[in-house]
Design a protein around this ligand. Structure first.
Ligand SMILES: NC(=O)C1=CN([C@@H]2O[C@H](COP(=O)(O)OP(=O)(O)OC[C@H]3O[C@@H](n4cnc5c(N)ncnc54)[C@H](O)[C@@H]3O)[C@@H](O)[C@H]2O)C=CC1
Ligand SMILES: CC(C)=CCC[C@@H](C)[C@H]1CC[C@H]2C3=C(CC[C@]12C)[C@@]1(C)CCC(=O)C[C@@H]1CC3
Length: 349
């Protein structure tokens, strides 16, 4: 099905986390389709003539209730930074905050709730190839972000009912203009000379998903939920459907930013063990000092294992297929971040 499957609509929708990366792109798309859009977020990062902004904390139900009158559909895409390691904040926002979102939806008679979950809810550091939605939740998730995303998804899907239809979309490795995680972290590591090494053999395939495809899936799922209520209560993987070698993808980003591609190999288990030691150290000093290491068992595992997923279920149940191919997506992303390009790169003629 083409992008035409998305129809203009004027319903009132609320985007929780609408000032963030995914949220803002979603808001812009919804506005362009004619929806009446409200944003609920801790912060306001942009202005839009068609959007009403509500500043608040989703951990406070009263804050939420103020923006939910007459709302038809809530998109919940708020999260603390996935790269943070603050367990308390993850529990408070992803778990307790999501319970507030559900309570507020029931109280205000919201009809649909679309959760931005994550494909990582089934990932515990071992290879996943063509993983589909029948995979069980990770028994031992590698970080508290993943642990609380699992709890969040379970809460949302088990709240699915006659009055409130819920659905969880599981994108993976989102990138694109204004991405605050992948590109900035990669550029920061490269500028510090820390991207010379490949962790493991460099033959692990991974999904990276362009933001427009993630947004498309959200709008499509919300619209199809009205026509095919039987899709409610389900989780769906959302990817670019073009798994790529992790290190090839990173090399393309690095070269596009004007840095050399990594070429020296380091043994996977050695680096994983190092990351484990770093994590123990971070835990020991945590009462005195907050450290946010890039080298964690989660990031090492993500860099050194296969993790790609099937989005056959989203294709067959609500006609999802990516609208921007990986090649274009990488190009558009690199063009959107002139400030991250290496200023000292030698010009190639
Ligand atoms: N970025 C990625 O690669 C992936 C992200 N996801 C999911 O996509 C969703 C969106 O993530 P991003 O846009 O990348 O994150 P982001 O950090 O850019 O945006 C999150 C937004 O939530 C807001 N927020 C945080 N705590 C809040 C609170 N207590 N009350 C109200 N607002 C609060 C933040 O202010 C921010 O604007 C999240 O659910 C995340 O788990 C899933 C898979 C991959
Ligand atoms: C050269 C090099 C090793 C760069 C570091 C890139 C990482 C910062 C990203 C690679 C895979 C990314 C990823 C996420 C965040 C950024 C990376 C670790 C998530 C953890 C974001 C939140 C999710 O739900 C899952 C993502 C998986 C992939």
């Amino acid at each position: 099905m083409s992008v035409k499957a998305i129809k203009p609509d004027s319903k009132i929708v609320l985007v929780i986390g609408g000032s963030g990366f995914v949220g803002r792109h979603l808001v812009e798309k919804l506005c362009s389709l004619g929806y009446t859009v409200r944003v609920f977020d801790l912060r306001t990062t942009f202005e839009h003539e068609k959007v009403t902004f509500y500043n608040g904390d989703l951990c406070n139900k009263q804050d939420l209730l103020k923006c939910m009158d007459n709302v038809d559909t809530v998109f919940h895409c708020a999260t603390p930074s996935p790269l943070s390691n603050n367990k308390k904040v993850f529990l408070r926002v992803n778990v307790d905050g999501t319970k507030n979102v559900l309570d507020a939806c029931f109280e205000k008679g919201v009809k649909n709730l679309i959760l931005t979950s994550s494909a990582s809810v089934v990932y515990s550091g071992s290879n996943i190839e063509h993983g589909d939605e029948t995979l069980p939740y990770a028994k031992r998730p590698l970080d508290c972000y993943t642990q609380t995303k699992i709890q969040q998804e379970k809460l949302v899907l088990s709240a699915n009912s006659e009055s409130l239809k819920t659905i969880a979309l599981r994108p993976h490795g989102i990138f694109g203009p204004r991405d605050p995680h992948m590109l900035p972290t990669t550029a920061r590591l490269a500028a510090a000379g820390k991207t010379k090494f490949i962790i493991g053999k460099g033959i692990n395939k991974v999904d990276f998903t362009y933001i427009d495809n993630v947004v498309y899936a959200h709008v499509l799922a919300a619209q199809q939920l009205q026509q095919k209520p039987e899709i409610a209560g389900n989780a769906y993987n959302i990817t670019n459907n073009e798994p790529i070698l992790f290190w090839e993808f990173m090399s393309r980003l690095l070269k596009g930013l004007g840095y050399a591609a990594p070429k020296y190999h380091l043994p996977y288990y050695f680096i994983y063990f190092l990351a484990f030691l770093v994590q123990i150290f971070v835990f020991i000093v945590s009462p005195f000092k907050t450290i946010r290491p890039t080298l964690t068992t989660m990031t090492v595992a993500l860099a050194g294992t296969h993790h790609y997923y099937s989005c056959e279920k989203a294709a067959s149940e609500f006609n999802y297929s990516p609208v921007v191919k990986l090649e274009d997506a990488i190009e558009r992303t690199l063009q959107s971040v002139p400030e991250l390009h290496n200023k000292h790169a030698k010009k190639v003629k």
